[in-house]
Design a protein around this ligand. Sequence first.
Ligand SMILES: [Zn+2]
Length: 309
Amino acid sequence: MSAVQPRHAARESLAVRIAVPFGVLFTALASLSTILGGIEIEPAAAQQPPAPAAVLRLPAVDVLAAEAVDPCADKVVIAALAADDDDAAVRAFGGGAEFRADVAAGSAPCVSLDDPNRIWVVVNKQRPLQPEGFAPASLSGTDLRATSLSNEMLPEVTVALERMAAASAAEGAGTLGINNGYRSYDVQTRTYESHVIARGQPGADAVSARPGYSEHQSGLAFDLIACTVECGMHEEFGGTSQGEWVAANAWRFGFIVRYVQGETGTTGYLPEPWHIRYIGPELAAAYHHGGFRTLEEFFGLPAAPDYAH
Ligand SMILES: [Zn+2]
């Protein structure tokens, strides 16, 4: 954490001061004058009738508008983005809730939800990776038990996953394994085509992303499995103790369950309790505490129930 004070601290204290209407100040001064007994504080001012409502509103509006500073002009934000330290950039906004609010309001042009190299990228059926053939700069494999060869993710995601898996075991939920982590554009092409052959295109689109449209291609997502002696299928994960624990606790490690029950109309996917997406600890905490259920809702994006073509 940077030693520099988050930008919002100054903003909030200023806003609080300014938001106090003058009428309240007069009343407070009058009370203070009474409390202090003999010490008179501007008795003439305290006895004045309240100013008309229109007059009371003007100063607050003017000063608050002037205080609406561009978060992207903040030196700490600029430095964190330049260093590719996404979580530090979120903290520099004042934390996940402030970051989310600024992005959703369109007041943070330095934050691109299209950038596949950022933890806040949003990939869905309306928002392919850009470019569609994107591949992460670096990947690292996990030591967790894996039931496919796709056990790689971005290094910081691998670290967070292994911390989560250790906590799941330590807190009695059981052993986590991984089915699929990173899938390249080419692998996703084969995955999707196998679903098309098995189910037809509409059936495939309900369960598998088209190449260029999968979170797995970003290196930020993976599919979990529950392991005892053997590891189960990822489709079985939701009904396990590990699945319940992950649904409740993934946010502590920077993750969200990306496709939840009842949100197919927004995400375009049936529920996938096993598909976990990394957004970093700051954003995941804001997502959890804010009660959000989709990344689209979180960032104020339109629903993406289907492809544009
Ligand atoms: Zn998945």
